[in-house]
Design a protein around this ligand. Structure first.
Ligand code: NOJ
Ligand code: CA
Length: 483
């Protein structure tokens, strides 16, 4: 179903780290609301809020203990209502994060509705399934003595989507937020909703999984511990409850296995691009493969993986922005990428046991030591606000922030599916309608055999005269309009 999300720019907000309004060092909903003018200026179509629900924070909000309550440190339902109203008044839509495959172990359901979860009995786990963050996917509940399944941390027991009453309960959650005016959902860990009913072992394999996994999971063919063929009923429940609101799925599977999810969802994230090397051929292959599945939400960083400047190198961050924002489909921009933030230090000890603190440091608004994030002690330290901040870059035409803003404006004029063009080694070039996009992934300039008027360059001087033709500077990218 085509809709506003098809080519939307969605800005991911990690609520703890965006803006604190009350000096407790933790970002919150009023803080987010106070930054809406910035997001409007930047030109994004929507924001996705990582979980804002009540949570004991074993997985920083992805362990939900009440699906229809706002965590007190983030504010109240009234704050969310105010945020929705203000955002809508500015033409910005709001997506919530729907955590459907598991709850917190402290969710009342775990005690009151054990039939909502997946259990096994016996002295040993019933199979070899491994949790995404390592270790067995089964833990013993000290109260009942039974084993419960958890695809992630032991504090996150998996829900049983085969139970119609669970399906109805979660549909109620979706309707609750829709009725409050939420515009859509990023749906967490969708491939973990339904597993093999017979709990068969994941077979051993020597074939590598195409996406990075915890070391404990490599060597297993992950066919039974996730993505069971009966997934359609679970997805259909969400589809029906969401009505026309978009559902963007986090499906962490090889591309050929995401196709059934697109029967019910509006798009799925293209993780193969996020994990590709910064190399024209590898990027092109990831893009073509992802597109073969259907509607893709492009993403080059989020709160789980190293940031672009860290993964692909600071020198490539601008060209990577051009890539993200010129592909057909929606584009998800993780907060802080627009000012070129790199990962910060990991916590010591890490707050997140999987060491994802590095990409979750607070947003840098001002070039002061506190970055304008909080007047109190931030929950994670700031990385380098004196080096990069919104304040420093906003009126600077050559900044990466200005590049993001210009790209968001230019992309509105770009239409059509990308078609790869011949280009020298290291250059990824494609055409979308009358627009030509060229990205030099190499550390040396390359001749650019494309004619067209320059609409945007990733850095001043990206396009240079070269004899009778032109060349593209090292690590640079351009958008042209074909003559
Ligand atoms: C994916 C989320 O992005 C991640 O942060 C979380 O730990 C897992 N799903 C489990 O909910
Ligand atoms: Ca706060």
């Amino acid at each position: 179903m085509p809709g506003w999300w098809d080519s939307a720019v969605v800005y991911e907000i990690y609520p703890r780290s965006f803006q604190d309004s009350n000096g407790d060092g933790v970002g919150d909903l009023p803080g987010i609301a106070s930054r809406l003018p910035y997001l409007e200026w930047l030109g994004v179509d929507a924001v996705w809020l990582a979980p804002i629900y009540a949570s004991p924070l074993a997985d920083f909000g992805y362990d939900v203990s009440d699906h229809t309550a706002v965590a007190p440190e983030y504010g109240t339902l009234a704050d969310l209502d105010a945020l929705l109203e203000d955002a809508h008044g500015r033409g910005i839509r709001v997506l919530l994060d729907l955590v459907v495959s598991h709850t917190s172990i402290e969710h009342p359901w775990f005690r009151d509705r054990p039939d909502f979860y997946v259990w096994a009995d016996g002295p040993e786990p019933p199979n070899n399934w491994i949790a995404s963050f390592g270790g067995p996917a089964w833990s013993r509940d000290p109260r009942s003595g039974r084993l419960y399944l958890h695809s992630f941390y032991p504090e996150q027991p998996d829900l049983d989507w085969r139970n119609p009453e669970l399906r109805e309960a979660m549909a109620g959650v979706v309707r609750f937020w829709r009725e409050r005016g939420v515009d859509g959902f990023r749906v967490d860990a969708v491939d973990r909703m339904v597993k093999d009913l017979a709990l068969r072992d994941d077979p051993v394999t020597s074939e590598p999984f195409p996406l990075p996994l915890h070391a404990d999971l490599t060597g297993l063919d992950l066919i039974h511990s996730r993505d069971a063929p009966e997934i359609g009923v679970a997805l259909g429940t969400l589809r029906e409850a969401a009505g026309e609101a978009p559902l963007i799925g986090e499906v962490y599977l090889p591309v050929e296995r995401v196709i059934p999810y697109l029967d019910s969802f509006d798009a799925v994230f293209g993780f193969e691009l996020l994990h590709a090397e910064w190399d024209a051929e590898q990027l092109a292959a990831a893009i073509v493969r992802s597109q073969s599945a259907g509607a893709i939400a492009w993403v080059t960083s989020n709160h789980d993986f190293p940031r672009v400047a860290t993964r692909w190198g600071e020198r490539n961050a601008r060209a990577a922005a051009v890539l993200l924002l010129t592909l057909g489909g929606s584009a998800f921009v993780y907060m802080g990428e627009e000012i070129g933030m790199a990962d910060g230090p990991g916590g010591d000890p890490p707050l997140d046991r999987f060491d994802r603190d590095r990409c979750r440091h607070p947003m840098q608004w001002e070039s002061e030591p506190d970055g304008g994030f909080s007047t109190g002690e931030p929950w994670l330290p700031l990385v380098d606000p004196e080096v990069r901040s919104v304040a420093d870059q906003r009126d600077e035409p050559d900044s990466i922030l200005s590049l993001f803003r210009n790209l968001i404006a230019v992309r509105r004029e770009i239409d059509g599916q990308p078609e790869r063009l011949d280009a020298p080694a290291g250059v990824l070039a494609f055409r979308r309608g009358e627009h030509l996009i060229a990205i030099n992934t190499a550390d040396r300039p390359a001749p650019l055999p494309l004619a067209g008027e320059l609409l945007l360059e990733s850095v001043a001087g990206a396009l240079q005269p070269d004899g009778d033709g032109r060349r593209l500077a090292a690590n640079a990218a351009v958008v042209l309009r074909a003559g």
